[in-house]
Design a protein around this ligand. Structure first.
Ligand SMILES: [Mg+2]
Ligand SMILES: [Zn+2]
Length: 361
């Protein structure tokens, strides 16, 4: 399988627009370039700029052309292009293999190829066909793909503000106005849920991969709950950041998976989801049973369960629950009311309402 491109870095003169900006300040976009940009953006592929140009003039022209917002972390100046492409990759935390570069000048492509092996380079002549190449064609496009650029831009603003913030972390957290939403997964979200079960290594209680078909069957089964967690704050969305897979029995709710993205660790989202689940179980009058399968990286999730009061104690409630897979531990809790964080606004589904009624309403 071809490695997908996660960010395409554009040259400007004679690649994105016709001509050289310093010779003609009214340069226009090359035919078809706008369609390429908007198509890649819709697919969740980020785009940036590496151009040898006057930065103010070039940004002004991009704004006049109405396309400046499509680019994250543009690098416009006189240094080597391999340096600016490297900076873009590092700031996005992407490997060079996830980055592509397009430039009309063979010398520039050769310089990037030599100094940044792994970055795929394309000529201006290839621009019209980029969207047909497999590396620019993701297999699934989720809601989060379509808003990926917006999520990154919100992230840059948030990071800048966090770096400049003077005061306790808790005060910064409060200033973010975090909104946490927990809901039943819709079929359209299952691609993203599947992705979360793969990508969340540290904050994943079992490391078990759930394929989209498996999740689809669970969503259709009233005894199962597949919940998605989304987070946003005053800077914008973080997107879908968590998943809970829950199996209902009359006496006990069995948490088969709890996974959250590491992007929201600093917000304490994992603990909040668990506190909410404990309260829901307490109100429903059931115990909680949680699968935990130690991996090399997920110890923090065991700590989260233990901190919430889960123990190794045995209990009669487990009788109807199928035996765990090899390598899995089961942690048990008799729920007691939990206090939720006051700095996070929570909106959540009522788990005591059967799914069928919830869907009908
Ligand atoms: Mg050029
Ligand atoms: Zn029990």
């Amino acid at each position: 399988m071809v490695t997908p491109v996660k960010c395409l870095v554009w040259d400007l003169d004679n690649t994105l627009w016709d001509g050289t900006l310093l010779e003609d300040d009214q340069v226009d976009l090359v035919d078809g370039v706008l369609e390429t940009i908007t198509t890649l953006d819709q697919r969740g592929i980020l785009q940036s700029i590496s151009s040898k140009n006057d930065a103010d003039l070039a940004m002004a022209r991009l704004i006049e052309l109405g396309i400046a917002d499509y680019f994250v972390l543009p690098k416009i100046g006189w240094g080597p292009k391999s340096e600016s492409v490297r900076e873009i990759a590092e700031e996005l935390r992407f490997a060079p293999e996830a980055v592509a570069f397009v430039d009309d000048r063979p010398q520039e492509r050769a310089e990037v190829e030599f100094n940044l092996p792994g970055v795929r380079c394309y000529s201006d002549a290839q621009v019209p066909s980029l969207v047909t190449l497999p590396e620019f064609t993701p297999t699934t496009i989720t809601t989060d793909s379509r808003r990926r650029r917006q999520m990154y831009q919100a992230g840059f603003q948030r990071d800048a503000e966090r770096a400049a913030f003077r005061g306790p972390d808790q005060d910064f957290l409060r200033s973010l106005e975090v909104r946490l939403t927990i809901g039943r997964a819709t079929e359209a979200e299952l691609g993203r849920v599947e992705e979360l079960t793969v990508r969340t290594t540290q904050m994943n209680t079992t490391g078990v991969f759930y394929a989209e078909e498996t999740l689809l069957a669970m969503v259709a089964d009233p005894a199962h709950e597949v919940l998605t967690v989304t987070v946003s704050d005053r800077f914008g969305p973080y997107g879908a950041v968590g998943v809970v897979v829950l199996d209902r029995h009359p006496e006990v709710w069995h948490i088969k998976l709890l996974a959250t993205s590491c992007r929201v660790v600093s917000l304490g989202v994992g603990g909040q989801i668990l506190s909410w689940l404990v309260n829901e179980a307490e109100r429903a009058g059931v115990h909680l049973l949680a699968d935990f399968r130690p991996t090399e990286r997920n110890r923090i999730m065991e700590v989260t369960y233990r901190f919430a009061g889960f123990t190794d104690d045995s209990c009669e409630c487990v009788t109807p629950v199928p035996a765990p897979d090899t390598g899995s531990n089961r942690l048990h809790l008799v729920p007691a009311p939990q206090t939720l964080s006051e700095v996070i606004t929570l909106t959540a589904v009522d788990l005591r309402t059967p799914e069928s009624l919830d869907r009908a309403s």
